[in-house]
Write a protein that binds this ligand. Structure first.
Ligand code: SAM
Length: 270
């Protein structure tokens, strides 16, 4: 089946750019269309290092999952806004560091669904499940039988909200939505968050927001205090909320602020 047939079957409008497919384009994937590439390139004009930023965000995800698995012993992950499966995603990282983990991937893009479904159906041990849901409806997501049948919400969960919260406007009440998710998880759970910000280069980020608006996409950069608020009083693990390249890096970056994301991991105390 061609990519276009696949898209048509999934019921997606390929003439409207979508964050999952733009991100896939920046990461060098093939699940993207002309409209996604066009807007992707417009972002790149404002921020020439945007592809590196996407890769750095994915690398953070890997380090955060590894930390949760190895230091906190977490074996259940809830990855919301999971994106098109690719190297370095939650599924592939847990396969390496903790293959006995159970994972629920969540996204609202049908094309992510199509790819992840293939991935989960081909995983012999069935440890990864996919839920098509909207982060704006956390209660509905938490009650989804696919999620409740796969994850034990009485045991610690690693929640991943990586490069997704900027796609909710303030009007969507993102802090309340995140709080509903955090409240549903037991002590010992961890949450990892990254979020783009205008704190490092206001002009470049303003251009990106403008380009997003032209492509009918919501994109809200947030400052450090606003990002910290998402952690809802959970205990931030070292080094706290820092630029994404500076969160427990494998090698010290020359300029940690070269990727315009705040990032952090926090733990729910017992
Ligand atoms: C920029 S990608 C991030 C992918 C992945 N988390 C990562 O960092 O590598 C954002 C993802 O969030 C998904 N998304 C956007 N809005 C969403 C919503 N309201 N509910 C669930 N997923 C959403 C998009 O479809 C996309 O796959």
């Amino acid at each position: 089946m061609t990519q276009d047939q696949n898209a048509a079957l999934s019921g997606i409008d390929t003439s409207v750019p979508h964050s999952a497919r733009m991100y896939d384009y920046w990461l060098g994937g093939s699940s993207n269309f002309e409209a996604d590439r066009e807007l992707g390139k417009a972002f790149e004009q404002a921020i020439p290092s945007i592809k590196t930023m996407a890769r750095e965000n994915r690398r953070f995800l890997g380090r955060a999952v590894r930390m949760m698995a190895e230091e906190a012993g977490i074996r259940q992950f809830l990855d919301i806004g999971t994106g098109v499966p690719a190297a370095g995603d939650t599924h592939s990282v847990t396969q390496i560091v903790a293959p006995d983990s159970r994972i629920v991937c969540v996204d609202n893009d049908p094309i992510v669904h199509a790819h992840t479904k293939a991935l989960t159906e081909n995983t012999a041990d069935g440890r990864t499940r996919y839920v098509q849901a909207d982060m704006k409806e956390p209660e509905k997501l938490l009650a989804d039988p696919e999620l409740t049948g796969h994850l034990d919400l009485d045991r610690p969960v690693g929640l991943l909200l990586v490069a997704v919260l900027m796609l909710l406007s303030d009007h969507d009440r993102p802090w309340a939505k995140v709080s509903t998710l955090l409240d549903a998880l037991p002590p010992g759970s961890h949450v990892a968050i990254t979020h783009p910000t205008a704190d490092f280069d206001p002009q470049a980020m303003a251009e990106v927001v403008e380009a997003a608006g032209r492509g009918q996409m919501t994109l809200v950069p947030r400052n450090k205090a606003q990002v910290e608020e998402f952690f809802g009083g959970w205990e931030l693990v070292e080094p706290g909320v820092v630029p994404v390249m500076g969160w427990r890096p494998e090698e010290t970056p020359t300029d940690p602020k070269a990727a315009y994301y705040w990032s952090g991991v926090a733990r729910k105390k017992g």
